[in-house]
Write a protein that binds this ligand. Structure first.
Ligand SMILES: Nc1ncnc2c1ncn2[C@@H]1O[C@H](COP(=O)(O)OP(=O)(O)OP(=O)(O)O)[C@@H](O)[C@H]1O
Ligand SMILES: [Mg+2]
Length: 299
């Protein structure tokens, strides 16, 4: 006996964003012309983070000039632009590595001019880095465990003794970390020192460490840089799964336009530290300013 999916099941499946996988109602394929327009955008109302008129200068260099945009709760927001456009500087402002020279950032309704990275992390902002930043001599497991350190409540005395409340806490943290290891399918390398892993797997471990913080906002700075096609597809799936299953809001810097188009709900485009476009992937890829920026039209 064959069981056909109900229309509600089909609607639910098609609503989830997936890479390289489309779920078609049975029998519909033969009758429908190829879609000219992309799927309707997912709608997000609640602003999780707002960047207002942010500028950032380093001596004579203006890394960012008067940039404003927002990130809505639940979306995947891409930040794109040519080399040196200010993308990493923007993430550094959002997580408190840099303090904007002008402007303000509001996260979950709280506005600030200055915040330190550990305050951002404790507040629910986690990130990965353009150049992998892991403890190379430590195992995958211990690197991801390090991401839990902010969540540890038992005082240092108990932690050193690994006894009493610290012992109970550690068991719970290890359970969360093991779940992340299963989720990212890196069981086989859990004991391997990360310095011995290929670059693509190191990037995955770094994602695991960020996930261990159970963030509300995950900042990914070129998570697929230096990866081959297969590794990129894997990473794309993990990013979508994190967003779909945990509801984590994601800000993603990425140069691969195919990945950006596949993954993101909205895209903000920077060039020479200024915002030049903001909209759905479909909108920005047709924007003449964006095309000029990527084709290198002289200014
Ligand atoms: N710590 C710093 N000191 C001085 N200048 C800096 C610093 N960080 C960034 N810049 C400058 O700010 C500008 C923006 O750099 P940023 O790293 O944010 O660009 P990006 O868009 O991330 O580029 P890429 O795609 O190459 O990673 C560049 O001109 C860069 O040289
Ligand atoms: Mg960068």
């Amino acid at each position: 006996m064959s069981v056909d999916p109900t229309s509600a099941e089909i609607a639910e499946k098609t609503a989830e964003k997936t890479v390289g996988e489309t779920v078609e109602p049975q029998g519909a394929k033969a009758f429908e012309p190829p879609a000219a327009e992309p799927a309707p955008p997912r709608l997000f109302e609640e602003v999780l983070l707002a960047v207002d008129n942010v500028s950032l200068g380093f001596g004579g260099v203006k890394a960012l000039t008067d940039v404003s945009f927002d990130i809505r709760k639940g979306e995947i927001r891409a930040i794109i632009g040519p080399n040196g456009a200010g993308k990493t500087s923007m993430l550094n402002c959002i997580n408190g590595f840099y303090h904007p020279t002008e402007g303000k950032i509001t996260f979950r309704g709280e506005t600030r001019r200055k915040m330190r990275p550990f305050e951002a992390a404790a507040g629910g902002i986690a990130r990965t880095f353009q150049n992998v930043a892991l403890f190379k001599g430590m195992s995958t497991l211990d690197n991801i465990m390090a991401g839990r350190s902010l969540k540890m409540k038992a005082n240092l005395f108990w932690q050193i003794l690994r006894f009493g409340p610290a012992m109970r806490e550690e068991v719970e943290h290890r359970r969360v970390v093991e779940d992340i290891i299963d989720f990212l399918q890196i069981q086989a390398i859990r004991k391997t020192p990360v310095g011995k892993l290929p670059y693509g797997l190191q990037k995955r471990v770094e994602l695991g460490r960020a996930l261990a913080m159970e963030p509300d906002l995950l900042l990914l700075d070129e998570p697929m840089a230096g990866m081959n096609l297969e590794e990129k597809e894997d990473m794309s799936r993990f990013i979508l799964d994190v967003n779909n299953h945990f509801g984590t809001t994601i800000a993603l810097i990425e140069h691969d336009m195919g990945v950006v188009m596949d993954l993101s709900d909205r895209v903000v485009v920077l060039e020479y530290g200024r915002k030049i476009a903001d909209g759905t992937p479909h909108e920005v890829k047709r924007d003449q300013k964006v095309i000029d920026a990527y084709l290198g039209v002289p200014h």
